[in-house]
Structure formats: structure tokens, C-alpha cells
Ligand binder design. Structure first.
Ligand code: M6R
Length: 368
């Protein structure tokens, strides 16, 4: 039941601190990931992994895009990420030592399953499935599995399923780094990320406590027809996910761009009728992002920035800022997802749409 919540989506957004800690439960030591969480054969398979192909659809695909930044940076493994409906109809080249990874909340998405079945004919060293539904087709047909433990997700718009996928993918990154000889991640840095994972629950709670401020911000969007989401690095996929949430439940046209692409086209769209949303965590791309935001401001674009409290981005004319608590850089994509979910939710409620059951969409896409 929805309990005290008006919609399942809101309830599921609020469940995130709890399900994120469920996703971590029993899978970490003080210094690293327990690789056996992925199954008894995982350590041997990860040690042999030279490349990774990640296949998924929709929100799960966005989780895969975040993971690419993590896996290449921390585990030092080249990664390709692709939507299942494209992958299944091309003739992919599979280099030796490639691990196939699928991400799916339901484990029943037709294209993702078809991609997995196709991949089995292509010479991968194995298939890892990251999934939320035990006993689903995806789980049954994968060699290794990691359950995301988000619990049932009723709202069509995926929220807690996404953030728990990110947790699972960070565990995968750390496990892979541990099993490989030359991973870039030092033992010290690994310990820091593990410690940061253990503080995720209270930090997510702090972000959810910003809900009424986000609700106030949402009023600026209710009458708009278009929005632009900007992010850099691992926050580019977070911008994509923010835009997907807004379009699917509020029916407002939303596009996401890597902030560095602005000048290559989308800047032409920016005017006072096109709000621009950006996530600005404290990472080494911050200065570049700040100058992209100035470019938007100079064209009269109204900016909404979710920024780390320490980065020195403050509200001014045409720029509204919501400060988020500081978090280890590696985990920022997870945290910055939450305000974007709440923003879409409140915009949709203002517009009076059917939040849990948006038009034309089904929770589980079991046909092509
Ligand atoms: O169950 P799956 O994760 O395989 O579903 C994939 C997409 O259909 C799904 O993520 C969809 O994009 C979301 N409901 C959007 O919020």
C-alpha cells in the first residue's frame, strides 16, 4: 500500500535510504567488497575480465552509463554500454576476455533478455545479471547475479530500482578492481569509498529532507514546455535520467546534454522560456561546468543548480541553487539523482498527471 504517501512513486523515493543500505548489507568488509556476493565463480571470472559490455534499456541503461565512468576509472577496464534494442540487431565484435553485463529491474524486459540470449552465442567469458526480481528470467539465465534488493517497485517511473542498481554497480566496480592485478584504485582509496558507502543512508536522508524546497522550485516548471538538463562526467547520465523522469511523468519535453556540448548546438534553444537544470557536485569538472552555466545565463536562460555545499555556487539573479551535503566524489551520481526525482514528481503533481501510471507506458516491457 501507499501508506501515508500520495503516490507509490513518492513512497519509493523515500524508501531509498533503507533499500540502499539493504543493497549493501553483508556485502562489504571494512576495506572492500566481499567478491563472493556475486557467486562462487565471480573472483575467477573477474580476474579474467579484460573488457565489459553492458546492455540495458531505459533507466537501467542510464545506470550502465554511470558505471562506465566508474569501471574505467577505478577498475581500469574498457567498457561499452548500449541499449538492448540496438545491440540485439547488430553484429558486435567481442574481444577476448569480455564479460557481458545486463541490468534490469524486472528481469523480464524483452529486448534485454533477447540481448542476453544472443550474447551467449558470441563468445563472452560469462554473463552477469544485476536485477531486482529473484527468480526472473534474467536471473535464471545469467551465470552470475547480484540482486539489487530494492523491493517491489510499483510506480512506472523507476526510482529506487535505479539508485540500488548504482549501488550494485559500485560494488561490481570495487570487486573487479580487487580481482584484477593492475586496477588503478589504491587500497587506501578503496577503503575510503567503502567508508563513504556506509554513510550513504544518512546523507540520502538529508537530501530527502530538502523536499519542500524542491517542491517550491518545481513551480517554475509547471507552465513550461521544454527543459534542458546538463551534467558532466558521471553526472551526464544523471542528467539523462533526470530528463527521462521529467518527460515520462510530467509530459514536459526534456533533453539532457553533456555540458560541454552546449556550444555545439543546444545553446541556440536557450531563452527565458527554457529552464536549465544542472547538477554540480564537487569534482574536477566543476570549473568547466561553472563556465557552461555562465554561457546559459548570458543567453537569458533561467538556471536551477543542485550543487555541493562547498563549491561556491550561490543563488543570484536568474540562478536558483539548492545545496546538497558533501559526499565522496565516487558516490555523487547516486546522491544527485534524488533531487531530480523529487523535482519531476512535484512538477507532475502540479500538472495533475497520473504519476504512478503515466500514459502510454507499462511497468515491464515484455514485448519488443
Ligand atoms: O525492468 P527494466 O529495468 O529492464 O526496465 C527497463 C526500462 O523499461 C525502465 O527502466 C524504464 O525506462 C523506466 N520505467 C523509466 O522510469
Amino acid at each position: 500500500s501507499k501508506g501515508e504517501y500520495r503516490h507509490f512513486m513518492l513512497k519509493e523515493i523515500y524508501e531509498q535510504p533503507a533499500v540502499i543500505s539493504a543493497a549493501l548489507e553483508g556485502r562489504l568488509s571494512d576495506t572492500g567488497v566481499l567478491v563472493e556476493s556475486f557467486g562462487p565463480e565471480a573472483a575467477a571470472l573477474f580476474a579474467r575480465t579484460r573488457q565489459i559490455h553492458i546492455i540495458a534499456c531505459g533507466t537501467s541503461y542510464h545506470a550502465g552509463l554511470v558505471a562506465r565512468y566508474w569501471l574505467e576509472r577505478y577498475a581500469g577496464v574498457p567498457v561499452q554500454v548500449e541499449v538492448a534494442s540496438e545491440y540485439r540487431y547488430r553484429y558486435p565484435v567481442v574481444p577476448e576476455g569480455t564479460l557481458f553485463v545486463t541490468l534490469s529491474q524486472s528481469g523480464e524486459t524483452a529486448d534485454t533478455l533477447a540481448a542476453l540470449r544472443y550474447a551467449k552465442t558470441l563468445g563472452y567469458i560469462g554473463a552477469l545479471g544485476i536485477c531486482n526480481v529473484p527468480g526472473s528470467s534474467l536471473v535464471r539465465e545469467s551465470d552470475l547475479t547480484l540482486m539489487t534488493r530494492a523491493g517491489p517497485e510499483i510506480g512506472v517511473a523507476s526510482t529506487k530500482a535505479f539508485t540500488t542498481q548504482l549501488v550494485a554497480l559500485m560494488l561490481f566496480t570495487l570487486a573487479l578492481a580487487k580481482c584484477r592485478d593492475k586496477a588503478p584504485l589504491s587500497a587506501d582509496e578503496q577503503t575510503k569509498i567503502v567508508q563513504a558507502l556506509k554513510t550513504l543512508m544518512p546523507i540520502c536522508q538529508q537530501v530527502l529532507a530538502l523536499d519542500s524546497e524542491i517542491e517550491t522550485l518545481s513551480q517554475a516548471f509547471a507552465e513550461k514546455h521544454h527543459t534542458l538538463f546538463l551534467g558532466r562526467g558521471a553526472h551526464y547520465p544523471i542528467a539523462l535520467e533526470g530528463a527521462l523522469k521529467l518527460k515520462e511523468i510530467s509530459y514536459i519535453h526534456a533533453e539532457a546534454y553533456p555540458a560541454g556540448e552546449l556550444k555545439h548546438g543546444p545553446l541556440a534553444l536557450v531563452d527565458s522560456e527554457m529552464p536549465v537544470i544542472s547538477v554540480a557536485p564537487n569534482d574536477d569538472l566543476l570549473e568547466k561546468l561553472k563556465s557552461n552555466l555562465q554561457e546559459v545565463r548570458a543567453r537569458g536562460g533561467e538556471l536551477f543548480v543542485f550543487a555541493d555545499e562547498n563549491v561556491g555556487i550561490h543563488a543570484q539573479d536568474g540562478i536558483q541553487v539548492l545545496h546538497l551535503p558533501h559526499i565522496h566524489e565516487a558516490l555523487a551520481p547516486l546522491l544527485y539523482t534524488l533531487p531530480l526525482q523529487l523535482l519531476s514528481y512535484h512538477v507532475a503533481v502540479l500538472r495533475g498527471t497520473d504519476v504512478d501510471q503515466p500514459r502510454n507506458l507499462a511497468k515491464s516491457v515484455t514485448v519488443e
